[in-house]
Design a protein. Sequence first.
Length: 434
Amino acid sequence: MAQPDLHNWLTTLFLLALAAHLMIEVWLNIKNQFHIGQHRNLVPDDFAQTVSLADHEKAADYTRAKLQLNRYVLFYDVAILVFMTLGGGFQQLYDYWAGTQLPMIWREVGFLLSTFWLLSLLNLPFSYLRTFKIEEAFGFNRMTLGQFASDLLKQWALGLGLGLPVLWAILSVMHAYFDQAWWLYTWLIWIGFNLFLLWAYPKWIAPLFNRFSPLEDGEMKQRIEALLQRTGFESNGIFVMDGSSRSGHGNAYFTGFGKNKRIVFFDTLLEKLTPEEVEAVLAHELGHYKRGHIKKRMIWSFGLSLIGLALLGWLAQTPDFYHGLGMTSQTPATALLLFATVMPVLFFFLGPLSALKSRQHEFEADAFAAEQVGPNALIQALVKLYRDNASSLTPDPAYSAWHDSHPPAKIRIDHLKRFQSADTTDPSHKEPDA
């Protein structure tokens, strides 16, 4: 078993970052749970007409139950990461594959795939608890054990089918150009892989887990088609997903790119909202597209991955990088694994910056929806979604600022109310956004 070099600068940095990450997350978790508990017995005034005290208390208890489980997950994940790195777990797995008679590339592909599978397996108990304890207790889970197992096997099969060729390509490039600019070629492969997934997901991947049927004719479809026409959005269809087969939560999204874009509504959402409210929710989703948020997020993600891979290109040539994180084998596969598992800990402080940008995008998408269909329908839809999904109306401000990709409920509703004075009764006269 590999022994960590406690005098290695990277070992020290890793342990300090891990301790800081754990302390901050636990502090924010407890702070949020306490804050929600303090406001459990009073519905905020802005929501009192739609959200009952019982619904508000349910949301508080649901959120607090998830926070309690997440605290266990935090400590568990830290223990697993320390064991697999400084404790030599990753090195033992690598030694096993190194002892096989497979060619070098395939040994390393097998090492990475089996390691990611093991990490997924180690987190399986918490996935079970979330689904069959917390979601079940609060009336959201509709998944059977058979569905749970089937979905898990499909995910593993997809990971194998998609991961094997991309890992083979990346490792082949790394071995061929390990002392050169392999990180740039790897980045190009990674971009191509992600664009392929974005294109393939609507038609080939999502249907493996859910059924998608075209939206039926009626007032709702007419409203949606009119909205798409006046906003100049072209899609490959409007579909209803059988989300109720697994969960009581409702949502809507659009996916894909180019001519392969799809608009998807959960059937649970359509059951709870009026046609006007559904139109408002879709207008918000279209706002992300029309304001360029999808492209901006892709550019941000690809830019960070390029910087990260360039950093790995330097670290991979440094023996301290491997020794300081419990590895004795210095190969492209071990470099990739350490990068994927350890680097997020060292750069955990970037999370709030990403969440801040995401919240700004949500405000912009809300503004777009208010311009297209007026703010009132979206306000009504959001309040219903907060209620029906048992979303906390009173999150701790610090926790929300650090974690939440969406603004807190009150702040978001207050932002939408600013558009009420400019609301019109005939949104069909609005010009398509450029």
